[in-house]
Design a protein around this ligand. Sequence first.
Ligand code: HEM
Length: 268
Amino acid sequence: MNPMLITRHAEAQAVLSNPRYVPPPVRQDGAEGTLAWLRARVSRFSTGPAHAERRRELVALLSGLDPAALRSAAEALTRQRGGDWRGVPVAVLGAALGVADTRAVPAAAAGYLSGEESPQADAAVAELLKLAGVPVITLLLQAHAATEGLIETALKHAANDQDLDPPPHETPGQDLDPPPHGTPGQDIDLLLCETLRQDPPLKATRRLDTRTGDEVTIDLVAVNRDPDATDPALGHVPHLTFGHGVRPCPAPEHALALAAGVLEGLLK
Ligand code: HEM
């Protein structure tokens, strides 16, 4: 088993599009209701037909949510909490998915991606299972750290005004363009798009090569900066911050809406 680090954009796209590369397998023998049990049942760590089916369920749930409504709810809740925005993204997402209490999410999310098991994470998963099924819990756990990471980084860049490179063209996102100039909220959309491109909240993702047994790490920061991948029409590298290929993030619009709503509650 050789570790391999991918820093080139084209190679990253090729790996992420090839079903021969799978997420590193997770243990399948966790006791019912624990974090390990949950990880064995989610789309994120499954492959083949099980992944396709589980992902379909998530996409169906997401299609019932209106990003514009998430955005205004996130703004309202951030204001209502006097700017104490931690927990706002999942509270808003939870309310839209019928989960009234999302306080157990951070403790469960802590081990969800890393696989680090703990009595606290198991207790938090047990709490969440009283309130929702695996697909809804998956969405909450996936959303939590990445969305809060994006908000935190965007706030840091907003405070340091000049530290992000300016967008090369009028419209900065490749497929998630912000509204035209002059629209309210446009500055926040621009800040988020540039933060996603230049300072992604998830720095890397991993795969196992099922043919060779090699572990592959894709460095998303390096890949987003690969000069060979510059798109002349955009004037920059199309970012892979939301993944690519077989299992990209199914919720980039929702993530941006939640983050933009919180920033509007804080900055406007
Ligand atoms: C800025 C915030 C976010 C970022 C940067 C992000 C990024 C990503 C990336 C890179 C992946 C793919 C991982 C891989 O290929 O190994 C992913 C998967 C996923 N994301 Fe997001 N995400 C964000 C927010 C959200 C939100 C708000 C939701 C739910 C509403 C969500 C739901 C998911 C799900 C369910 C998957 C697994 C997809 C699958 O198993 O096929 N994400 N995300």
